[in-house]
Design a protein around this ligand. Sequence first.
Ligand code: 8YV
Length: 322
Amino acid sequence: MSLPKILLTRPWPEGAFAYLRDRYEVTVNETGVPLTQAQLISAMDDYDALCPTVTDKLTKEILRRGTRVRMIANFGAGFEHIDLEAAKAAGIRVSNTPDVLTEATAEIALMLMLMTSRRASEAERGLRDGRWSGWKPTQFLGQGLSGKTLGLVGFGRIGQATAHKTKAALGMQIAYHSRHRVAPEIEAQLGARYLGSLEALAAEADVLSLHTPGGEATRYLVDANLLRRMKPSAIVINTARGSVVHEADLAAALKAGTIWAAGLDVYEREPQVHPDLLALDNVVLLPHLGSATRETRDEMGLRAAYNLDRFFTGEALIDPIA
Ligand code: 8YV
């Protein structure tokens, strides 16, 4: 019997790839650039399953009825790049890879908090550019985070893991706002306070860290209006999705000093970064590294592979999203 044909839209880390290659007929896009919409459309007729990533926009024009593809195992937790309604209408199953990237993404959020508060990127740039003339009591002064308030926007797995790490490492006070208030035991464990409005959270937070999904419901939650409510000493951290932040508004607030700094791992039009942000020193810019550890990327691939296994053996998916 012939093996199901699977397309990986990007090369995978070796461990997860080896697992898949032993079980399926696997084709990999090795070109180093994302597939075009036209290539994705023709892939729908050539493969039994696709493993896309965040860089593949799977629109309703692509996810149409009657194609060969029956299963999409997304390599990643976020899935706003896949039109789930269109997938359902076409009878295509979809899975994602939650859980396995929670700790890695929370680590990046914590790192961005420390880098921004202590001006790490700006200071290193100064050193490398030969602008460090020796120690001075007044050079590159940042601000401490211990005991300050972390405001989390979105309090799912990654938001909670970020709260745990930040509390343990820095003794920060935890406040959050999200669509759903979490169980009292979770709040008690973290000493987390729920605030009923995003505006109230923004006004109180010393660090505002974003952990919502992407998509229309969260577009531009952080815009000029919200930024105006924040303390001039406040820091914005985004490891969620670029679409949650209005980048031009953020750059304007950073430039005017109405907030103090920002640490970003995600952007609205990746890999483009808003030019106004690139021109500023008080923003740390990372290239979407949230889940970028060897272990995590292997686990993401394996999780996608296990969902494929379930699909092709007729069992329930581990992580069904459509
Ligand atoms: C992934 C992410 O690297 O899983 C997610 O939602 O944002 C990233 O950590 C990316 O999505 C891979 O497709």
